[in-house]
Design a protein around this ligand. Sequence first.
Ligand code: SF4
Length: 307
Amino acid sequence: MKLYPKNFSTAVHNCNLSGISLSRYFLDIEIVLNETTEDEILRQMEKNLSVMEKAAAKGIAGVTSFSGLTGGDAKRLAAFRATGSPFGDSLYLEAMIQSLAVNEVNAAMGVICATPTAGSSGVLPGALLTMRDKLNLDRRAQLNFLITAGGTGALIGNQASISGAEGGCQAEVGSASAMTAAALVEAAGGSPSQSAHALAIALKNLLGLSCDPVASLVEVPCIKRNAVGVVNAIAAAEMALAGIESRIPVDEVIQAMGSIGRMMPMALRETALGGLAQTPTACRMTAMLQQEGHIPWPFPAAGRNED
Ligand code: SF4
């Protein structure tokens, strides 16, 4: 990872100096880093995109998770949209459907592409599969979207974290939303600097988000958080494209996320010992899943939430 700059501002600076896009910049780094060719990287990205497309289609058709806790919400939201939401139709609604669909497939043990993690895998495809028609993105532009998001994720991971166990959900859904916002800006014709502002705005909005999955399963609250993550990403990209800037510079936002993650108690970092995972309802669900044999490992006793 030494070829990656130490922070996002340096990436923006280098792009501006060379007059290239973030996707071109990250692609060049990956070619050298992996001692590979542009064609090979694009082939891999094509495979990733194809996984996302299949997962979204499967999720919209309807899936149920192995535990039975989740599933069918993408289908439900698509039906709701078809009959006419009282708030009208919108790209935000479509993005939520796609996002829920992909993450429901993850909970159902289907194949997804981690962006950056499985728990946050619905955010990026939610935006890309929704916006590609709106923005007239050809296949190469869609692969560029993945490259920009991937490079952005690498820079977030290098400075903070992309792991819920390390930094809470702000590091997973927060990072996914920030990566997506940065890539959306480029796809819409914005500058690297605007991508940086979109990244910062998106991440700021999700700072402090705990990782508190019920029964340690990546289902509740993860799936619905993906839908919110994609809406947040689009909102941040729109603000940045309109010229709105983050008053806190992008790398300081990323570092703040890392700092908050380090301050988070272990109970809120994927252990299911706090937050939503220890609510009375979550404890009842956990006990039921244990009785039904859906949780094959010894699980912490219920009722530890002292909030
Ligand atoms: S709550 Fe935890 S497991 Fe679920 S998506 Fe967020 S970080 Fe991942």
